[in-house]
Design a protein around this ligand. Structure first.
Ligand code: HEM
Length: 431
């Protein structure tokens, strides 16, 4: 096994797609931060080390957070191992991929855009959005319930996730279907990862152009003709210093929210229902005591987090966990590995419904870039589980598609950023 792990390149081969966890364990056993030999990327598999890096933007830049060096790196890093390269990063920032998206920004610009973003996700807006979810889940279940089976992604998770974010941002009804089709087209063109890099593929500079156009038009319109709606709230949002952002700035934030919440949430919903189908014992307990559902969702997030990892770039020579890290080194902070660090989670490979620290998972990242959509994604999972339990009496894995217990066939997205099933076929008894 050791030989295989040494031989196969995590970032460029499909060897780890079905099971990245054994490799992460292997790396962690060497050291919680270990430099892999193919590209010299520091693989961060320890929980404490991941938190230290996420919480320190002074030492670690997010400038290529979703692609690392794998979509091209324009910054001349050679020979700069002992320098502070903060200025160099700024000099080349515009040439890096996704440089217009919040995930790649560093303070102070990040703080400004983040405040704009948080103005869109207020507790009031989240509450209204959750009320919408309950109705929407029922409507979506209505479309397939009588069949007694479904392909969970296409029939429920994808449309549900798009329509929930559309509602959050106040996208007019007539545009929602158009957005969804375009996002799916983008995703197919990129091999399944709108939010991140794909093994062996280059990322587009800005895959969200079409959303920028649509949201810029909404913002311009609402600035001219304010209405009592969410888009008018978006149009009026201000930066921290109270200056007014350009329509394109607002459009970028809205587009980021729109796209970042899709694929990730779909993978959470699919994994949660995979466990429900695989574990009749847990399904029974959840059906009998719905108050267990939130912790079930946390444990699903911990054991199969939808974002396998994100990158950071060391801005200066430093040390983490006793390991020397030169300036200009890329670090891959593997959330999925930190979530299984036995120093933080006992028997980490075991799904434990009653795990008392499941919520410490880092599936939504940490620090300044921590996922602002986390409450939304959690609510989407809780609502879907509740509604499916209300509308069915038994949920099972479809054996004709996935094979019998003990010989299941599941396929996973071939990317080093996302972790999740490509499809999930379920059977159930409608009530
Ligand atoms: C289970 C579902 C989700 C997971 C696992 C997830 C995971 C993450 C992670 C790990 C990050 C941090 C990236 C980094 O530090 O480099 C992040 C950031 C982000 N997420 Fe999510 N996310 C989910 C759902 C959502 C939803 C529903 C939305 C929007 C409604 C959303 C919007 C964003 C945005 C805008 C950022 C960038 C924040 C920033 O850079 O300040 N996410 N997400």
């Amino acid at each position: 096994m050791q030989e295989e792990f040494e031989k196969h390149d995590f970032f460029r081969s499909n060897y780890y797609v079905d099971d990245p966890y054994a490799y992460f364990d292997y790396l962690r056993a060497k050291a919680p931060i270990y430099r892999e030999p193919h590209h010299g990327v520091f693989m961060v598999t320890g929980y404490d080390e991941a938190l230290e890096i996420y919480n320190d933007p002074d030492r670690f830049s997010s400038c290529m957070s979703t692609t690392g060096p794998f979509a091209g790196n324009p910054i001349p890093l050679e020979g700069r191992e002992n320098d502070d390269i903060s200025g160099l990063i700024e000099e080349y920032r515009d040439q890096t991929v996704f440089s217009d998206q919040i995930t790649t920004m560093d303070p102070p610009k990040h703080s400004d855009h983040r405040s704009l973003l948080m103005a869109l996700i207020t507790p009031k807006r989240l509450k209204e959005n959750e009320d919408f979810m309950w109705k929407l889940a029922d409507q979506q279940i209505d479309t397939f319930i009588s069949r007694g089976k479904c392909e969970w992604m296409d029939d429920f998770a994808q449309p549900f996730a798009v329509l929930v974010v559309s509602d959050l941002l106040g996208v007019p009804e007539e545009d929602r279907v158009k957005f969804r089709k375009q996002l799916i087209r983008n995703e197919q063109e990129q091999g399944g990862a709108v939010v991140g890099g794909t093994a062996g593929q280059e990322a587009q500079h800005s895959p969200l152009e079409f959303l920028y156009g649509a949201f810029s038009a909404y913002i311009e319109d609402r600035r001219r003709n304010p209405k009592a709606d969410v888009l008018t709230g978006l149009a009026n949002a201000k930066f921290l210093d109270k200056s007014t952002p350009t329509p394109l700035d607002v459009a970028r934030i809205a587009a980021n929210l729109f796209s970042a919440g899709q694929e990730t949430t779909v993978r959470l919903l699919s994994h949660a229902f995979q466990v429900v189908g695989e574990r009749p014992d847990l399904q029974k307990r959840l059906r009998e005591d719905r108050s267990l559902i939130p912790n079930f969702v946390e444990e699903s997030l911990r054991i199969e987090g939808p974002v396998k990892g994100d990158f950071r770039l060391a801005k200066k020579p430093t040390q983490v966990g006793g390991v020397d890290i030169p300036a200009g080194a890329f670090l891959y902070v593997a959330n999925s590995a930190a979530n299984r660090d036995p120093r933080t989670f006992s028997n980490p490979g075991e799904f434990q419904l009653d795990r008392d620290n499941a919520r410490l998972n880092v599936s939504f990242g940490r620090g300044r870039h921590a996922c602002p959509g986390a409450p939304l994604a959690r609510a989407e999972a809780v609502v879907s589980l509740n509604r499916m339990f209300d509308r069915t009496s038994d949920i099972r894995i479809d054996e004709k598609v996935h094979g019998p217990p003990g010989a299941r066939r599941y396929s996973y997205l071939p990317t080093f950023i996302l972790r999740g099933l490509t499809h999930l076929n379920l059977e159930f008894d409608p009530r």
